[in-house]
Design a protein around this ligand. Structure first.
Ligand code: MTE
Ligand code: MO
Length: 339
């Protein structure tokens, strides 16, 4: 049996506080570790770093597929986050728990990359990522991204509707959920040597959610293939849910009848569960979700940064697309729909 550790200081939000300062404090810790004098305001992320962080993995053959046409159905209410910030301020626990793991992540080999489709499907199969990309139609979509830690970004993703993957998989009528699994390679990913986490990272959606118009499988961002730290070569993008649902580096889709346990639910079930829909009125047990801090430029993550605060929107502003899926579930799940 899996032994569940419930140590507050080992989970991502442990650095967060009820106050508005957690971004700044986290940045301080990061800078101190890097031996940088952090007391100078602004310019926290160096331009050299920006060049190294952004851009596709070396030799990524899918680069020829980019850029692709934008689907204009998904308008933003704010400017895009700068690419260099998106590429460096990331969560990817496989590579460490700080916000500066992008360098380690860039060591992840993303070719060859095989995706397994199994469980309750007509025929289990394995598919090479480039064969998969050849079978789907890529498009660009501008989506908001809301992390459970209360920061947010606005990102131009490239990818394809998750519905296309579900159709390709041909699930049996008995399938009700899609479980997704991240690669597991402790030799490349130092975070996976930490035995107290239940690796690999797992996330899941109901089939109804996975085939919702908004559910997207990301393969790129900012007009080029995803960098490793952002989930290359394949990640989920579900903008109405907290960011931890949007699993990176996917190697397996498993169709199941039972609701799968997910990574954060397993690590800290009192705070994170299956649904994780964004809701300003349901606070995280340790901090408010009423507002978010919008990270747009490098100065929004620097020392003494004051990122723009915006009210959190129900379903992160995507209620028109998704609210109907939860109407019948409130009685059964209550607040659990929102964490
Ligand atoms: N495999 C894996 N996927 C993951 C994570 C992770 O640690 N491991 N972090 C999640 C969290 S908490 C967030 S907010 C988003 C961040 O995506 P980004 O770093 O590309 O902006 O990725 C999600 N996907
Ligand atoms: Mo997150």
């Amino acid at each position: 049996m899996l032994i569940k550790r419930r140590r507050d200081w080992e989970i991502p939000e442990a650095e967060a506080t009820d106050e508005a300062v957690f971004l700044n404090r986290r940045h301080l810790l990061k800078s101190a570790a890097a031996g940088v004098a952090a007391a100078m305001g602004g310019a926290a992320l160096s331009p050299q770093g920006a060049e190294a962080a952004a851009g596709p993995p070396e030799g990524d053959p899918s680069i020829n597929l980019y850029p692709v046409a934008r689907n204009d159905s998904f308008a933003l209410d704010r400017p895009l986050t700068d690419e260099a910030v998106f590429a460096r301020y990331t969560n990817y626990y496989e590579f460490g728990t700080s916000k500066s793991i992008w360098r380690e992540a860039r060591n992840l080999p993303v070719r060859p990359w095989t995706v397994v489709i199994d469980g309750l499907v007509e025929q289990e199969r394995q598919i090479d990522i480039d064969d998969l990309l050849a079978q789907v139609e890529l498009e660009e979509r501008l989506y908001r991204l809301r992390c459970v830690e209360a920061w947010s970004m606005a990102v131009p993703w490239t990818g394809f509707p998750m519905r296309a993957l579900v159709e390709l998989a041909r699930p049996l009528a008995s399938a009700r959920y899609v479980r997704m699994e991240t690669f597991n390679d402790p030799e490349v990913a130092p975070g996976q040597r930490a035995g107290w986490y239940p690796w690999p990272y797992i996330e899941a959606l109901t089939i109804e959610e996975a085939t919702n118009e908004l559910a997207f499988l990301g393969t790129g961002a900012y007009g080029q293939p995803l960098a490793q730290q952002n989930g290359s070569p394949l990640r989920l993008v579900v903008p109405w849910k907290y960011g931890f649902k949007s699993i990176k580096g996917i190697v397996r889709f498993t169709f199941t009848e039972e609701m799968p346990t997910t990574f954060w639910w397993d690590v800290q079930g009192a705070e994170y569960g299956f649904w994780a829909n964004v809701n300003p009125e349901i606070d995280h047990p340790r901090w408010s979700q009423a507002e978010e801090q919008f990270i747009r430029t490098e100065s929004d993550v620097g020392f003494l940064a004051r990122p723009e605060r915006r009210p959190t929107l129900l379903y992160n502003g995507y209620g028109d697309f998704v609210a109907h899926m939860y109407a019948g579930l409130e009685e059964r799940y209550g607040d659990r729909l929102f964490r």
